[in-house]
Design a protein around this ligand. Structure first.
Ligand code: SF4
Length: 341
């Protein structure tokens, strides 16, 4: 079956005063139904731009966004409407995303009424209560008539999630949706989202700069690490976190300050970066864009040709890495394995 969401050669170029900026430079990714794909990377790496294109908020400069095998550009108006309902975007700021003059019930039922999904006020209120139950805001009667200012940040974000569930989504795009919350509230919301994924078979494109969050939420799914608009490493979460291959992934994991053996063991890699500075998108380095910072940089190789995002690891696996050295080691390993046969 076709993946739920497929990004094919996605490019997003913005015109700026300093000239065109490729915020996303050719991204190929898939999200399967009921699965999580986490996009991680530092701010400015293109995560949100990718997510906005995937949600149909912006039109990509090149490449395609496909939902259930159909490109957005080929959809009929009816299919587009269905897509907009099936794909819901949950923003970072739970405060800004809610209308302060609307009660929770009014917020949750506005979309239902607009799409003709409820017949009358009683049915709308019952549906709103059901949605609040789904996001663990119980008893719902305590929240239905509240205004956003009467709720905590975590409760407001749950209302945002409930509003998106009103449309029976197949894919939730969460853009740093838990990053403004305190740690214990964040974990609790991640647990709720995980339950929705399992119970409702909802897929997630989950954007975070926080490796610990990615590890927690996407352990059964996949991680794609982005750097300067490109995916540099992608694969099943346990493989990427437990055995990072791209020097940038190693540094990113090593920069996480927490007593987690998997995340802490690469600390040395973070400290070995040749430069802390991220190059500008308007003046991308030649060859591998990571080469001015990379501790494994080889002059003449890394600064001349851009490495492709190539499959690596066991045959049939889903691991991809864009690094000349990883590709060379992989080739050598294959030759040695063939010679030893
Ligand atoms: Fe580092 Fe070279 Fe690999 Fe780029 S291609 S990540 S510079 S080793």
């Amino acid at each position: 079956a076709a993946p739920l969401l497929k990004l094919r050669g996605l490019e997003q170029v913005f015109d700026t005063k300093k000239g065109p900026v490729a915020a996303v430079g050719g991204v190929d990714l898939e999200v399967q139904a009921g699965k999580v794909l986490c996009l991680v990377g530092e701010s400015g790496c293109g995560k949100t731009t990718t997510a906005r294109a995937a949600a149909g908020i912006t039109r990509p400069t090149a490449g395609a966004v496909e939902f259930r095998g159909k490109s957005l550009t080929d959809m009929t108006p009816g299919e587009k409407t269905a897509y907009r309902r099936a794909v819901q975007y949950i923003h970072q700021d739970p405060y800004a995303a809610l209308n302060p003059t609307r009660t929770v019930a009014s917020t949750l039922t506005a979309g239902l009424k607009r799409h003709g999904l409820v017949k009358n006020r009683t049915e709308a209120r019952a549906k709103a209560a059901e949605l609040l139950q789904l996001v663990d805001l119980t008893p719902p009667e305590s929240y239905l008539d509240s205004y956003p200012h009467q709720l905590s940040g975590g409760q407001r974000q749950r209302v945002n999630v409930a509003r998106s569930l009103a449309m029976n989504p197949e894919l939730l795009i969460c853009d740093e949706s838990t990053s403004m919350l305190d740690v214990s509230i964040r974990v609790s919301l991640l647990n709720t989202l995980g339950r929705l994924r399992d119970d409702l078979d909802v897929g997630f494109l989950f954007i975070t700069h926080d490796l610990a969050v990615a590890k927690y939420f996407a352990w059964d799914g996949e991680i794609a690490v982005m750097y300067l608009g490109k995916v540099v490493e992608h694969g099943p979460t346990p493989e990427v976190i437990g055995n990072p291959q791209h020097p940038y992934t190693k540094a990113l994991i090593g920069a996480v300050c927490e007593p987690d053996p998997d995340l802490a063991k690469a600390n040395a890699a973070a400290e070995q970066l040749r430069s802390a500075e991220i190059p500008s998108l308007t003046d991308l380095p030649a060859g591998c864009a990571f080469h001015p910072r990379c501790p494994a940089y080889e002059p003449g190789l890394c600064d001349s040709t851009e490495p492709a995002l190539e499959r690596t690891g066991a045959a049939g696996g889903r691991r991809r890495v864009s690094c000349h050295i990883v590709a060379r080691d992989q080739r050598r390993g294959s030759v040695q394995a063939a010679a030893g046969r």
